[in-house]
Structure formats: C-alpha cells, structure tokens
Design a protein. Structure first.
Length: 316
C-alpha cells in the first residue's frame, strides 16, 4: 500500500514527458524548423522556444541551421576578354532565407546543407567564368592597385548568382562573395609577364613624353616672362634717363651764366658728403674741393678752375 502513491507519481511524470515528446518540440536559437504534415511543408519556426505540434507520424519536425554558411568553390580555369587563361576561385557566405521553399528542394538528401552548397558551386562556376570572360586581364592582374577592378568583378558575380537564386526560388541567398584566388597557368605565365612589361614600358614612355612637354611649356613661359620683364626694365630705364636729362637741362642755363659759382657749389656738395660723419682728414690743400679751406676763387674772379665743358650737359 505504501508504494502505490509513488508509482502513481512516477506514472504521471512519465505520462507528462510522453505527452510533451509527442505534442511539442523545441526550437533553438541558431536553427530554423520546418514542420511537415503528411510529407508536405506547412509552416516554419524561427523564434526559439517550445512549440506545439500534432503527434509523430502526422507532423514531422525538420531542423535546419539558419546561420551563415561559408565555403569556397574549387579552382576553375577560364579565358579573360583578351583570351588569356586564368585559374580562379571564390569564397561565399550564404544562409537559408525561406525554409519552406528550401526544404522541399533538398529534402531527398541526407545532408541538405551539403546538397545546397554543391548546387551553389555549380552556379558560381558558371557565372564566375562568364563575368571574368568579359574583363581584360588588367582588370584582375596589374602591377599596381590602380589598374585592377576587383570590386566590380566581385559585384557582378554576386549579382548574377543572386538573380538566379531568386528566379529559381531556392529559398536561400548569398550574403557576400569575394575572389579568393587568381592564378595564371604556368604555360602562359611568361607570355603574360612579357605583355605586362610591354604595357609598363608604354605607360612609362607616355609619362616621359608628358613630362618633357610640360617642361618645355614651363621653359617657354619662363623665357617669355623674362623677356617681358627685361622689356619693362629697359622702358623704365629710358624713362628715368629722360626725366634726369630734362631735370639737368633746367639748371644748365644757370650754370652756364657763372661757371665759378657752379664749381663752388660742386665743391661744397663734395665736402658735405665727405664730412657727414666725424672724420680726420689728411689732404692736399691744392686739390679740389679741399682748396676751399685756404680760400677758393672769388665768385666774380676771372680764374676758372673747372672749365665750362666740365659741367654736365644733356644730350641733344
């Protein structure tokens, strides 16, 4: 009698567990669940937690990973726009976007994720070779980063794959794609290098020609500027000389009236320039303008130390 309540409790507990296993299922954070009823997908669950279902045999639960899946395709060889062989491979990240569409396509495979990646690899190989065939080798292989066009090539491959996935309703999407490997076959490596060397030489020749043309342009400009500057300087010198001659002509008539006065003024100006600073002079009193210290010729005298021809005259 004492064991009967214990047996009842255990039976009830096992009954609850059996009920939960039969009518509920758990959805985890990183997965999406597809529920099929008699083999047909009826709903999908992405929110984690405990969910209700009809008993096993009527509704079946299929779990799929909804995280981003990464893989690389196998290297494949194709021709560029210039008919050069190029070995390439890409890496992709993809995820299931509609499990109700994805599951029926790959339900017959033991590993739906692996089957989906094999289908993606087929698409990638086709579209990758198609896009690379539209681009010259210089868009993919260049001596500098300026010549390559990696981003455009990657975007074109990604767009082509995404368009096919949407049009064929695979229930998945490629989130990102990038070129993993580019390799020139050994049989054509030397030919490609020779072409790249020729292209570099051609670019170097163009740069050198542009530099010489620019240098000649700068030199011509400098010579023209120098000639203009010299012409302006000559013109200014002629103008200043003309003004000086005109100014000298004003005083010439006065100096010609009294040459002694002119000589005296010249001597005084010379002494003034000599004695601006405190100076000690040692001189010959007979040498102009120092003869003024012993008394020069009178203004009205007849002696002319400086002849009239020594007075500056303007050119006529």
């Amino acid at each position: 009698m004492t064991r009967k309540p214990f047996v009842i409790i255990i039976s009830v507990f096992l009954g609850i567990i059996f009920f939960l296993l039969l009518f509920t299922y758990q959805v985890r954070q990183q997965e999406v669940v597809v529920v099929t009823r008699f083999g047909k997908a009826v709903r999908q669950e992405t929110e984690p937690g405990l969910k209700w279902r009809l008993p096993w045999g009527i509704e079946m639960v299929h779990r799929l990973d909804q995280r981003v899946q990464n893989f690389e395709d196998r290297p494949s060889e194709g021709l560029t726009a210039g008919s050069y062989n190029l070995v390439s491979s890409v890496y992709v990240g993809w995820k299931i976007t509609d499990a109700k569409v994805f599951f029926p396509r790959f339900a017959g495979y033991a590993e739906p994720i692996g089957a989906a990646e094999r289908e993606l690899e087929r698409m990638l190989s086709h579209h990758k070779l198609g896009v690379i065939g539209k681009h010259p080798l210089s868009d993919l292989v260049s001596a500098s980063d300026v010549g390559t066009n990696f981003l455009a090539v990657e975007k074109q491959i990604l767009s082509a794959v995404q368009n096919e996935l949407r049009s064929q309703s695979y229930g998945l999407n490629v989130e990102f794609l990038g070129i993993k490997k580019l390799q020139i076959p050994e049989s054509v490596t030397q030919t490609v290098f020779d072409q790249m060397t020729s292209e570099r030489k051609l670019l170097a020749g163009r740069a050198e020609a542009d530099g010489e043309a620019q240098a000649q342009k700068i030199k011509s400009g400098a010579e023209r500027h120098a000639a203009e500057t010299l012409a302006i300087a000559d013109s200014e010198a002629t103008r200043i000389k003309g003004e000086a001659d005109a100014e000298a002509a004003k005083y010439l008539s006065v100096f010609e009236q009294n040459t002694v006065l002119a000589n005296l003024l010249f001597d005084i100006n010379a002494l003034e320039g000599t004695l601006k600073e405190r100076s000690t002079l040692i001189f010959d009193p007979n040498t102009p303008p120092f003869n003024l210290f012993r008394g020069g010729p009178a203004l009205g005298g007849t002696t002319n130390r400086v002849k009239q021809s020594q007075i500056p005259r303007t050119s006529k």
